[in-house]
Design a protein around this ligand. Structure first.
Ligand SMILES: *Cc1c(COP(=O)(O)O)cnc(C)c1O
Length: 460
């Protein structure tokens, strides 16, 4: 550990933290990074070291870590009405305004909104809504869900089952009836000689075969992130959503767009489904919804699901589901401010989505330049989310031996240089705050390039 004094922040963190999603060898060797505050896209640790956080915290701190307008909106609402729920037909005025805003911003002409505290809970809520609908519509066998390998939908029991990551086997998950299709990553999953169009057709055929095999009347829904985030930033293959949407429609299977990362501008469009031009039946939102200034998630139902669920719930007179802090007034006020900032900007920053669009060409050029390295197999991304995938051999796309922890080494070296970026598989993920400027983007790529060069030099 960098500081092994028993009363150091690192030691104190170690003594009481049961770390989640943390590479333990790295943290044992280096100690935890304990942070005190932020400054724009930078965070500062207890030793006064500054880090450019190229991951926006966990994708969500899109307005950076010191936005005065965001903090002021929170403070004003704390002074006005600091907490309430959304049970028993009661809710705050902020919650009503947020629901109106979310429906207005959604691709749906009308819809309904249900609030949670996180993206995982929003996906679990959607699962329960669809199970409820199956029962209410006299289709009790309609219980299965389809998602994709590498998908990330969260960590609660149902959302972890939707997630297509091997690590969930340590919990005995997924639950039965949660099915996973091939990840639509053409560079990695395409067969020799297969064009991207042929690959997309094969992905669609795989979906059709799965529906046939399982029986369309057993499937309650299909979940997909427009661009897979925690799977390593994987945009869909060309025409993917155009190929699968008609198959789902034909079989009456709802398409749920998990927009927890893509939503509110990350891909350059307001929603990932807008960027990729498809129409889901419902949207799952969280992360950017409050720019990370409050834990909040939302299920936004499009007209068909809203009507069917409403009709079903009228029968039993009550939907027995909700969280104590669902539709929290402070979270709602913060979300209204975050959305306003993303769309319209304020005195402190211009419209954040405009900056995403303005910075995207430079971001893509930076990724493309680093991808010229002989140990970078691919760069990929959309808007301000991107990844560089490390390979041992570029032509054969051979990965490094897992025991070398290549991406962790790169990320740790970046941390030493004052840059936070995330290792995912053998990729390095970048998703800077929407407020990032030219100089900060140069700093990000310069520091990453130095780290790549030094780690690859060590390995070869
Ligand atoms: C982060 C994430 C979730 C889970 O959200 P939590 O707030 O961490 O529960 C779900 N879906 C996607 C696409 C995510 O990126």
């Amino acid at each position: 550990m960098t500081n092994d004094q028993p009363n150091s922040w690192e030691a104190r963190a170690d003594a009481t933290a049961f770390y989640g999603f943390t590479d333990l060898p790295s943290v044992h060797e280096r100690g935890a990074v304990v942070l005190t505050h932020g400054d724009g896209p930078y965070v500062v640790d207890v030793n006064g070291r500054r880090y450019l956080d190229a991951n926006s915290g966990l994708w969500n701190m899109v307005a950076g870590f010191s936005h005065k307008g965001m903090a002021a909106a929170a403070k004003a609402q704390y002074d006005r009405f600091p907490g309430y729920h959304a049970f028993f037909g009661r809710m705050s005025d902020q919650t009503v305004m947020l629901s109106e805003k979310l429906v207005e911003m959604s691709p749906f002409e009308r819809g309904k909104v249900f609030y949670t505290n996180s993206g995982s809970e929003a996906n679990d809520t959607m699962v329960k809504m669809l199970w409820f609908l199956s029962d209410a519509e006299g289709k009790p066998k309609r219980r299965k869900f389809i998602s994709r390998v590498n998908a990330y939908h969260g960590v609660t029991v149902a959302s972890a089952s939707l997630t297509g990551k091997p690590y969930n086997s340590v919990f005995g998950l997924p639950l039965p009836g949660f099915l996973h299709l091939t990840c639509p990553h053409y560079w990695r999953e395409g067969k020799p000689g297969e064009t991207e169009e042929q690959f997309t057709r094969r992905m669609a055929k795989e979906l059709e075969d799965m529906i046939e095999r399982e029986g369309a009347d057993t499937i309650a829904g299909f979940f997909a992130e427009p661009v897979m985030g925690a799977g390593g930033v994987i945009p869909p293959s060309k025409g993917y959503f155009q190929a699968i949407t008609p198959i789902l429609r034909k079989h009456g299977i709802p398409l749920i767009a998990d927009e927890v990362i893509c939503g509110f501008g990350r891909t350059g469009g307001m929603w990932g489904c807008e960027t990729y031009d498809f129409m889901p039946d419902a949207i799952i939102s969280s992360k950017n919804l409050t720019a990370g200034y409050f834990p909040m998630g939302a299920v936004i139902l499009g007209p068909d699901l809203a009507d069917r669920l409403q009709a079903a719930v009228e029968e039993i007179e009550e939907f027995p589901h909700g969280f104590t802090a669902s539709g929290h007034p402070v979270g709602s006020a913060i979300a209204l401010k975050a959305i306003d900032l993303i769309v319209n900007g304020d005195d402190e920053s211009g419209p954040l989505i405009e900056n995403v669009r303005a910075m995207t060409p430079k971001f893509e050029a930076g990724l493309a330049r680093l991808a010229e390295h002989k140990h970078i197999g691919e760069w990929r991304g959309k808007g301000l989310m991107g990844a560089l995938e490390a390979v041992k051999d570029k032509d054969s796309k051979t990965p490094w031996d897992g025991s070398l922890s290549v991406s962790e080494r790169i990320a740790n070296t970046c941390t030493d240089h004052g840059l936070i970026c995330r290792p995912l598989g053998q990729s390095i993920v970048l998703c800077p705050p929407f407020i990032i400027n030219d100089a900060q983007m140069d700093e990000m790529f310069d520091k990453l390039e130095k780290a790549l060069n030094s780690v690859f030099a060590e390995l070869t």
